[in-house]
Design a protein around this ligand. Structure first.
Ligand code: ADE
Length: 252
């Protein structure tokens, strides 16, 4: 898999992408990450990438020509598949684990990172999709590209040391059923008076699994009731979840 970022600050990716799981995945040849300087596709002395908005208004906009030239050049590198082109903008589709799973199936992705007050609308004609990482405004798309890259790379088989650790975590469609993850504990068994649920010390795997399932449902009801609608629950679990949400709404 090849992941590329087009940015006016190509150097900001270096530290994160060479550390920990991202660095190891690259060294293992599971993913190749490249960042490109958008200014390499400008032709004036000042290497200009932005300009004032037509119609007036505050701030500067990113110009179309350097982006169009860069995306065209990076889409026709010999011997490589053409990339799935993603633009980052707060008005994109909200990023989810489902979107990460979808992107992880691509051979090559090109992330276009906006800066300043936005991008000339015509540049979006080059996008296969637009993604937002949340309802807040960043100063640029670089952090969004790193967030999405991290979520995608860790899904590549072999990227995490332990293949299992992807399976029942929060939002996973595989085994988690779209629920938040259950609570986890490690030694010591008691810390400043706080213990560990007795069942986890029992060694009874069936009871542990039942407790974890119940805890995942309960935590989802409590912190993210919006996820319950689409979660994969049995009829019995759904009835229990509804009851839980209703009783907490009543303050029971
Ligand atoms: N660029 C600025 N804010 C952003 C956000 N929330 N998501 C994606 N790209 C952005």
């Amino acid at each position: 898999m090849i992941i590329e970022a087009l940015s006016v600050f190509p150097e900001v990716f270096e530290g994160y992408m060479s550390a920990s799981i991202m660095g190891r995945a690259q060294r293992a040849g599971l993913v190749e990450f490249r960042s490109h300087d958008l200014r390499d596709w400008t032709h004036d002395r000042h290497r200009t990438v932005d300009d004032e908005p037509y119609g007036g208004g505050a701030g500067m906009l990113m110009k179309v020509p350097p982006i169009a030239e860069a995306v065209a050049a990076l889409s026709s590198t010999p011997g490589e598949p053409s990339p799935h082109v993603v633009f980052f903008t707060p008005s994109g589709a909200p990023f989810t684990q489902r979107a990460a799973e979808r992107l992880a199936a691509c051979d090559r992705i090109l992330f276009v990172c906006g800066r300043y007050e936005g991008i000339d609308e015509r540049a979006y004609a080059l996008a296969d999709e637009r993604i937002s990482i949340g309802d807040f405004v960043l100063t640029g798309g670089e952090l969004a590209a790193l967030v999405v890259t991290d979520a995608v790379v860790r899904l590549i088989p072999g990227a995490l040391g332990d293949e299992m650790s992807n399976r029942d975590e929060s939002f996973s469609t595989e085994e988690g059923g779209g629920l938040l993850e259950y609570a986890q504990y490690t030694r010591p068994a008691e810390f400043e008076g706080a213990g560990v649920p007795e069942v986890l010390l029992s060694g009874d795997h069936a009871r542990v699994a039942a407790w974890r399932r119940r805890d995942a449902i309960e935590r989802t009801c409590r912190w993210r009731p919006d996820l319950i609608e689409t979660a994969a629950l049995t009829a019995e679990e759904r009835a229990w979840a509804r009851e839980y949400i209703e009783s907490s709404e009543k303050g029971v």
